[in-house]
Design a protein around this ligand. Structure first.
Ligand code: ATP
Length: 591
């Protein structure tokens, strides 16, 4: 269709004539002109928000992105090879997650099919994401359905994702740069997007309501347990506290007013006491439930999971995670989250200063899962030519990407390519990605020194390890490491209270690694069965003379340290024997 006939057709719609377009397209065109004041004769290029705004949008959608990601990956694999690009936009229309073929990246970016593109209808005109947000329905906006001439080559199919309260929270869109002319060619795309959205909403409901009853239901029994049509979460009295959009649609037909907050027996001939009868284990045909209007459905009830969850998930005390930390609230939270994320395929970024235990946590996440699977470290320091082979050996296991912040632009592009190569593997063989970084990758993205697409690929969920100086479980770590290094000495060893207090007062820039090194040296050097102050090596990065002015005399420093030579040595950043020699020379100590 020529540009001129496109403009003429929009004119016809505005003057109220039927033109054979879908009603929702014609209505959107009217909005573009009458509400948003757009001029179809003045096309405008794709609008991409700034990095800072993209970050805000992503942060607000972070949880949903993490939950949606494995569903999106599955969808992307289904459409792989057909040149679709897949976008997840937030409720404002900004693309917060993206899957596309890196080969076409420049073209996709120009077309706005990229991270940060703003597809709100009042900015981009009639388009998949924007019109889906306005209508709250799944739509295909195909080629010249687009209002703006810039976008008429595209074909976009989008479906809304609702949160468990029924509010639109995101849009899933799959788009093509070039497509066959008939719009019907996209009907499969529409079904695929709808099904993916249903699964994302289901995963979201399950994640949000682990401690509650969930009732899933379907019209046919075949897919009830694996891919149900709809679900609600119920509190102990049978009140609906969460729902998928599919559930809201079915239940809203049964009774007037809102669905949320109502008891389940208002919609089904079913009481909360009967839920245990609908649990898995009973034949599906026996789990028949009837809506108030008489329609039969099949139900599957899932009991609150808190009591059934493995200890690792419940309180983070599972065997694999036991060595990570003690009674520190931040560590407890971190371990509980890590345990919950461990069984998923979500790409994890573990951040934290050097030596905070990122690699150890990655290994714990890996080993917490059953099976004898490989864990392969892909270090940024290894030659890039080896990466692809390394990544392949992680098949079926975990690929730990270490220190990608050290990579320059070429290395980053290569890493992205290697990761994209893994997409060709069948889902269950594709390694789970965990990244460890002491560089602040998000900050590097903002500064333009780290690729945003690589960052988002690596960091679907983020876990931050606190520095040792902020941990409240220092004593626990100390005792654990003392036991761990116990084998180095035949007799049992303990720390004197003064030595313990001294260690606690240090600021540990090298974190757990520095603490482990310090203890190992102290254990090796201690002569008796007690590690005392003089046995502790000085902090390697303490500035010489730190805490004492360089011109302070040794006598003054010793006095300030209560005559404790080890403490004086540490303050000056020298060995205890040096202090002793100087003290003898200056007559401060008997020769
Ligand atoms: N919870 C822990 N208990 C005892 N030792 C620990 C613990 N966590 C880490 N360590 C020790 O601290 C050292 C550093 O740990 P790890 O390599 O996991 O840190 P990292 O954050 O990956 O470091 P980097 O960023 O420098 O690579 C290792 O020797 C490890 O054994």
């Amino acid at each position: 269709m020529s540009d001129l006939s496109h403009l003429r057709e929009i004119d016809q719609v505005l003057s109220g004539r039927a033109v054979g377009r879908d009603a929702l397209v014609a209505q959107s065109w009217r909005r573009c002109v009458e509400q948003y004041g757009m001029d179809p004769a003045k096309p405008s290029p794709a609008h991409i928000v700034t990095d800072a705004r993209l970050r805000e949008h992503r942060e607000q959608s972070e949880r949903l992105i993490a939950i949606a990601r494995s569903g999106l990956e599955a969808l992307f694999r289904q459409i792989a090879g057909q040149n679709y690009v897949l976008l997840l936009a937030d409720a404002k229309g900004v693309t917060v997650d993206y899957f596309g073929d890196p080969k076409f990246e420049d073209e996709l970016r120009r077309a706005g099919l990229y991270l940060g593109s703003d597809w709100s209808e009042d900015l981009a005109g009639t388009c998949g994401v924007g019109s889906c947000i306005v209508t709250q329905e799944a739509v295909t906006i195909h080629q010249s359905d687009h209002f703006d001439l810039t976008h008429t080559p595209l074909s976009c199919t989008a479906a809304p994702i609702f949160d468990t309260g029924g509010t639109l929270s995101a849009v899933l869109d799959i788009s093509l740069l070039r497509s066959p002319q008939p719009k019907i060619s996209q009907s499969l795309a529409l079904n695929l997007v709808r099904a993916s959205v249903r699964r994302v909403e289901m995963a979201n409901l399950m994640a949000m309501n682990r401690g509650d009853w969930v009732l899933r239901f379907s019209t046919s029994p075949e897919f009830l347990d694996v891919d149900p049509e709809a679900a609600v979460a119920l509190d102990g009295s049978g009140r609906i506290i969460g729902m998928t959009h599919g559930a809201e649609t079915v239940l809203a037909r049964q009774a007037d007013g809102p669905v949320l907050g109502q008891r389940i027996d208002r919609f089904f001939h079913l009481g909360v006491d009967s839920l245990p009868d609908l649990m898995r284990g009973r034949p599906t045909e026996d789990r028949l439930i009837t809506l108030r209007d008489g329609q039969a459905m099949f139900g599957h009830a899932i009991a609150p999971q808190s009591e059934k969850l493995p200890a690792a998930v419940r309180d983070g005390a599972g065997a694999a995670f036991q060595s990570i930390g003690g009674a520190d609230p931040a560590i407890r939270r971190l371990v509980a989250e890590a345990a919950r994320l461990a069984p998923t395929a979500i790409a994890l970024l573990l951040s934290g200063e050097t030596g905070t235990g990122k690699e150890r946590l990655a290994r714990a996440i890996h080993t917490s899962q059953p099976g004898n699977r490989p864990l392969v470290v892909l270090s940024a320091a290894a030659p890039a030519s080896d990466w692809a082979a390394l990544a392949e050996t992680a098949e079926g296991g975990t690929l730990l990407v270490d220190a990608p912040g050290d990579l320059g632009p070429e290395g980053q592009a290569r890493l992205l390519q290697v990761l994209a190569g893994l997409d060709a593997l069948p889902a269950r063989r594709r390694p789970r990605l965990i990244t460890a970084s002491s560089a602040d990758l998000a900050q590097m993205v903002r500064a333009g020194t780290f690729r945003a697409d690589l960052f988002f690929r690596l960091a679907a969920a983020r876990l931050a390890l606190p520095p040792l100086r902020l941990r409240q479980d220092f004593d626990w770590l100390l005792d654990r490491m003392m036991r761990q290094f116990g084998h180095l000495r035949p007799q049992s060893l303990r720390l004197s209270p003064a030595a313990r207090a001294d260690l606690k007062a240090r600021d540990w820039p090298g974190n757990l690694r520095e603490l482990a090194n310090t203890l190992e040296v102290a254990i090796a050097l201690a002569e008796g069965s007690v590690i005392d102050l003089p046995d502790l090596p000085p902090a390697p990065l303490a500035e010489a003379g730190a805490g004492a002015a360089a011109e302070d005399s040794l006598a003054d420093i010793l006095a300030a340290c209560g005559g404790n030579m080890a403490l004086a040595a540490r303050r000056l950043g020298v060995n205890r024997s040096t202090i002793l020699r100087r003290a003898r020379r200056e007559g401060l100590w008997p020769a």
